[in-house]
Design a protein around this ligand. Structure first.
Ligand code: GUN
Length: 283
């Protein structure tokens, strides 16, 4: 193995120590930080993610509201619930777990969250603020990846960065954060022609597609920083990312494992965004 591992668990632990200290300080002033997590339906993956978010709140001194609803909840009922959470002074962050059932327009729900409580950073106001370089909340997964670049001294200004995937949750905000940091950014998607030629010119590759073994060793130049956002199961049922880890780690300079890379950072940055929301509200 030539690549150095980027340890998302160790970095998370470090950042969560600071979060827990700030939570205790706010609580001592009578403003315990609070996060509401809304889950509609019984998607098993979503249930695991939500449980981990609630657990992270408990471990770091946050108040949490686990707001669970049946899969047939109407859009109007969900909008009413978000409205109540918007008004609740003990709730500083609101996260509506995606995907939502088909009868609910997720855009409408996201836009109903108060931008000051939108700790996912998905509201149009927060997406727009990110684009103009003054974000209130950065989406948690790309924000966590930026923290990894910082912790491992990955130079961004002038770097060629390739983001594979164009979702609103990861790909697009990741690209924008890299643009703001001075990187030269290319965004690829499933229709991109000759992706290997593009990734082979990259100093940084962020893979966020949900496709097993999308990035292989022949697509990476020696020394590249490779970030794997994928959370997939292979045919054997084993958790794996979008990167052929065994092959790519022999070529890359830095690489995130799955699990233990980006995953823990996403929840950590949710705590960071929520503590920032609570500190702003407390004044
Ligand atoms: N579904 C998958 N990732 C996320 C996330 O970061 N936030 C929300 N709300 N839903 C998700």
């Amino acid at each position: 193995m030539t690549a150095q591992l980027i340890d998302g668990i160790a970095l998370s632990k470090q950042l969560r120590t600071d979060v827990a200290r700030r939570a205790a300080a706010l609580t001592a002033r009578g403003h315990q930080p609070g996060l509401a997590v809304v889950l509609v339906g019984d998607n098993p993956a979503s249930e695991v993610y939500v449980r981990n978010k609630i657990k992270a709140c408990e471990e770091n001194g946050f108040h949490s509201v686990y707001d669970r609803h049946p899969a047939d909840l109407s859009e109007a009922e969900l909008l009413a619930r978000v409205d109540a959470l918007n008004r609740d002074p003990n709730v500083h962050g609101i996260l509506v777990q995606l995907p939502l059932p088909p009868q609910i327009d997720s855009h409408k729900v996201i836009e109903s969250i108060s931008p000051e409580k939108d700790v996912d950073g998905f509201h149009i106001a927060n997406a727009g603020a990110l684009m103009t370089g003054q974000p209130l909340f950065r989406p948690c997964t790309p924000y966590g990846i930026m923290k990894m670049f910082e912790a491992y001294d990955v130079p961004l200004a002038g770097a060629n960065a390739v983001v594979i995937g164009r979702s609103n949750i990861v790909g697009k905000p990741m690209a924008m954060l890299l643009v703001n940091a001075g990187a030269t950014v290319t965004i690829c998607n499933s229709k991109t022609r000759n992706m290997g030629a593009i990734t082979r010119a990259a100093d940084i590759v962020v893979a966020a597609t949900g496709q097993v073994n999308l990035l292989t060793a022949d697509m990476v130049k020696p020394g590249t920083t490779v970030i794997d956002v994928g959370m997939n199961r292979n045919e054997a049922g084993k958790l794996c990312g979008d990167v052929d880890f065994a092959g790519v780690k022999e070529v890359a300079g830095l690489i995130t494992p799955v699990p233990g890379g980006v995953g823990p950072m996403t929840i950590t940055m949710l705590l960071v965004n929520t503590i920032e929301a609570a500190e702003r509200a407390a004044g």
